[in-house]
Design a protein around this ligand. Structure first.
Ligand code: NAD
Length: 477
């Protein structure tokens, strides 16, 4: 078992001031795979002091210096690929191939993309031809708290840490206490790349402790948070007193409109998309809306595809899905599956029993409900497990209204071969991203939500700008 009790503060690994240890549980085995410490106020104060001191010089570092350090980091990241992958397999039970290609892969692609955007970014420019003596200067925001979830651990960490470093901010990272191991490798890489001490700090902890302290800390200028809408609300309240910038990337309840003229594999691809990462993606298209004329065929295909998805151990190679993150999450998902049955939806695939042959670990069968109405809990609440609701519709407007009838607005999907309809519907869907015909977004596109899915945009130039202030200087000759 790995012991990872120390925090990375001011360029060194230091022992926590108040020692409270917790076990990190591998959800595939239900066994402890590591011990970490939870920080307290004193640890946070030390990290904030270090970050504040480091900002005095790092905040004025040159773009070239930051580019070179990030390029070194990128090289080191690729060298530690298999260590990062192993950490993700252990901490969240992600299957081997998925953990390597997709989970670890996102960290590399975000780093590469941010380096490119940093190189192109103009930190100083005139307001325009009409006002050349008015100078706009983009400056780093200051000391940032970065709070990340467990479901795409390295994706979320790199989406925050890399642009914060690139913009000249200093920071305290608090990764999820459920999946802190891959984030600790990022701290090792930052150390190895020789970023100045105090620029990056890592303190482990839970939401109620460290999360609350950093959200309300008067010397922290900004909180960038990815996680549940519930925690996003609490962070906003805690941050309000100190008027810090709060960037929120929250939950979702994506819709996937499958029109009768969609491409051949649209339904099957939709099923794979929802079940990927065991359904634990904020932009998973968990409500599939199917045009009535193809409803029966779509349901048959969906059930067939769900039944083909294997559920198995994280340590194995292959394209199977693994467990969900924790017992708490497992119980919540099973409860929602049971609510679907009791509210009258038809259980067409999967269900609350353990998948065959797996009697240890938090495994859930790929589950499909049909005849779902949008007022059922399974259609309204973010389940965050391998569970899909299929809802029939007759007209384009009806489909759009059902998709938009949610408090969330993160990622929506639509499938049709009619280009004009695709463009029209994409504009009507109230979400930060709309994916047409299975096309994924490239690194560097802005990612974020409308409504209760958040208020930020991560990725590309938008991700950099979140960590910047813009200053106007007049009379610049
Ligand atoms: P969570 O909100 O329980 O925890 C996320 C992080 O916040 C953890 O580090 C946790 O310790 C911390 N936290 C919890 N309560 C806090 C509080 N009161 N103050 C400060 N910090 C607190 O979420 P989770 O279960 O780790 O992640 C799943 C959620 O994340 C889902 O809702 C998912 O949709 C969302 N998510 C959103 C995006 C996005 O980009 N929009 C991406 C990934 C995940």
């Amino acid at each position: 078992m790995i012991e990872k009790k120390n925090f990375y503060i001011n360029g060194s690994w230091v022992a926590p001031k108040n020692q409270k240890d917790i076990q990190v549980i591998n959800p595939a085995t239900e066994k402890s795979c590591a011990v970490i410490s939870l920080g307290g106020k004193e640890d946070i104060n030390d990290a904030v002091l270090a970050a504040k001191e480091a900002f005095k010089t790092w905040g004025f570092s040159s773009k070239q210096e930051r580019v070179e350090l990030l390029e070194d980091f990128y090289v080191l990241y690729k060298k530690r690929w298999s260590d990062i992958t192993d950490a993700i397999i252990q901490e969240m039970g992600a299957p081997k191939d998925f953990a390597s290609k997709l989970q670890t892969g996102t960290g590399a692609s975000h780093t590469k993309s941010f380096i490119r955007y940093l190189k192109e970014f103009e930190f100083e420019k005139p307001l325009g031809e009409h006002a050349k003596n008015q100078r706009l200067i983009y400056e780093p925001k200051g000391v940032c708290a970065l709070i990340t979830p467990w479901n795409w651990p390295i994706n979320q960490v790199t989406l925050k840490v890399i642009p914060a470093l690139a913009s000249g901010c200093t920071m305290i990272l608090k990764p999820s206490e459920l999946a802190p191991l891959s984030a600790m490798i990022i701290a090792e890489l930052i150390d190895e790349a020789k970023f100045p001490k105090g620029v990056f700090n890592l303190v482990n902890g839970d939401g109620a402790g460290v999360g609350t302290h950093i959200s309300s800390h008067p010397e922290i200028d900004m909180v960038s948070f990815t996680g549940s809408t519930r925690a996003g609300r609490l962070i906003s309240k805690n941050a309000a007193e100190t008027i810090k910038r709060v960037c929120l990337e929250l939950g979702g309840k994506g819709g996937n409109i499958v029109f009768a003229d969609s491409y051949k594999n649209a339904v099957r691809d939709g099923i794979r998309n929802v079940m990927s990462n065991s359904g634990q993606s904020c932009d998973a298209p968990t409500r599939m809306l199917v045009e009535k004329s193809i409803y029966k065929r779509a349901v048959d295909e969906a059930v067939d595809e769900a039944n083909k998805i294997n559920v198995d151990q994280a340590s194995k190679k292959g394209d199977h899905i693994g467990p969900v993150i924790s017992k708490t999450q497992y119980d919540k998902i099973i409860n929602l599956i049971e609510s679907g049955i009791s509210e009258g939806a038809t259980l067409a695939a999967g269900g609350p029993e353990l998948p065959n042959g797996l009697n240890k670990g938090y495994f859930i069968k790929p589950t499909i409900f049909t005849n779902v109405t949008n007022d059922m809990r399974i259609a309204k609440e973010e389940i965050f497990g391998p569970v899909l609701s299929i809802i029939p519709f007759e007209t384009e407007d009806e489909a759009v209204n059902i998709v938009n009838d949610t408090s969330y607005g993160l990622g929506n999907y639509l499938q049709t071969e009619d280009k004009e309809k695709a463009h029209r519907v994409a504009k009507k869907l109230r979400s930060g991203c709309v994916y047409i015909n299975g096309n994924a977004a490239d690194a560097g596109t802005p990612f974020g939500g409308y409504r209760q899915s958040g208020n930020g945009r991560e990725g590309g130039v938008w991700g950099l700008e979140e960590y910047l202030e813009v200053k106007t200087v007049t009379g610049w000759k």
